[in-house]
Design a protein around this ligand. Structure first.
Ligand code: ZN
Length: 318
């Protein structure tokens, strides 16, 4: 800790803001956290999965918290220091963390193992949206089948780096898959309450294509796959027309995207905002919410995030 402080002071004195320089200085701290391996995870979705499978055997440090947009996320100098002490790094991949590619390349060249949790997903399951040609849609946590496969990558990555914990990782990975399956069945049954003609999901950015495919909703977003592309006037006009034409009952804002565009469209189209969905970031871990059936869930977990979203969508559209 003292060494880190000294390094940081030195950086400040030298006026060096470069994260790569800090990486260089912080590079010798791997594995010094109470003897536990240090796992660094990126998005809230990945963190939740890694924490569950890791149990208390490993120290898991998250880079991105609730409300953080991973498309635009740039690693800070503090993150560089955290990444430098990681024994392994788990991230979403499929270019979701678009601005972190350089730093991942850098740390992996230095010998830190990096794993994209999506690395074994079959290409047949991935979507390649027209406006994002040549790239896969990275929002795969909304497809329970794909996201369950990602649990296996986490399990294997942890086992490879901590073979003594293998049985525990396997056990918790199976338990998590069972939870995912149960939520998926629950979500299918809730969405089936909606009349066919009401199954439209209109949101800020194109995060819900997998969700729409998995649960039978037609999805439309005003911004593209990445929030880095801004919506133009034509996109807004097209969306107002779509909402009116299909008699869409409600449209939705997202917790990690500025709500202004959706609010403007809602006003123009004369439609209500059905609520806030978790798209690229989940809620605060440990924060409980009560669904319309009285069931409580933690919106900082994948399971709770799915329950929140499905409840908000169904209540808004029915
Ligand atoms: Zn996104």
């Amino acid at each position: 800790m003292l060494l880190f402080f000294v390094r940081r002071r030195l950086m400040e004195l030298l006026g060096l803001g470069s994260i790569f320089t800090i990486l260089f200085f912080a590079g010798c701290g791997a594995g010094d956290s109470d003897g536990k391996l240090v796992v660094v995870s990126t998005t809230t979705h990945v963190t939740d999965m890694v924490k569950f499978v890791a149990g208390d055997r490993l120290e898991v440090i998250a880079l991105m918290g609730p409300g953080v947009d991973p498309h635009l996320y740039k690693p800070s100098a503090g993150d560089a220091a955290i990444l430098a002490k990681a024994d392994l790094i788990l991230y979403n991949g499929l270019m979701l963390e678009g601005r972190m590619a350089d730093i991942f390349a850098k740390v992996s060249r230095r010998g830190t193992k990096t794993y994209a949790v999506t690395e074994t997903v079959s290409e047949e399951l991935l979507l390649e949206p027209k406006e994002f040609e040549g790239h896969w849609d990275p929002h795969v946590w909304f497809d329970p089948e794909i996201w369950s496969k990602c649990i296996e990558v986490v399990r294997d990555a942890l086992s490879e780096n901590d073979p003594a914990g293998k049985a525990g990782y396997a056990e918790r990975a199976e338990a998590l898959k069972t939870q995912y399956l149960a939520v998926t069945h629950w979500a299918q049954s809730r969405i089936s309450e909606l009349p066919e003609e009401s199954r439209y999901l209109v949101t800020s950015h194109d995060a819900f294509n997998y969700f729409g495919r998995a649960f039978g909703l037609e999805v439309l977003a005003v911004q593209g796959i990445s929030t880095a592309t801004e919506a133009g006037l034509a996109d807004r006009v097209a969306m107002v027309d779509f909402v009116k034409k299909h008699g869409v009952k409600a449209i939705f804002v997202e917790s990690s995207v500025n709500p202004a565009i959706i609010e403007g469209i809602a006003k123009e189209a004369g439609v209500m905002i059905g609520g806030e969905l978790f798209s690229d970031a989940m809620g605060q871990p440990g924060r409980l919410e009560k669904g319309p059936d009285g069931e409580q869930y933690d919106i900082g977990t994948w399971v709770g995030m799915m329950k929140h979203n499905v409840n908000v969508i169904v209540e808004g559209l029915k």
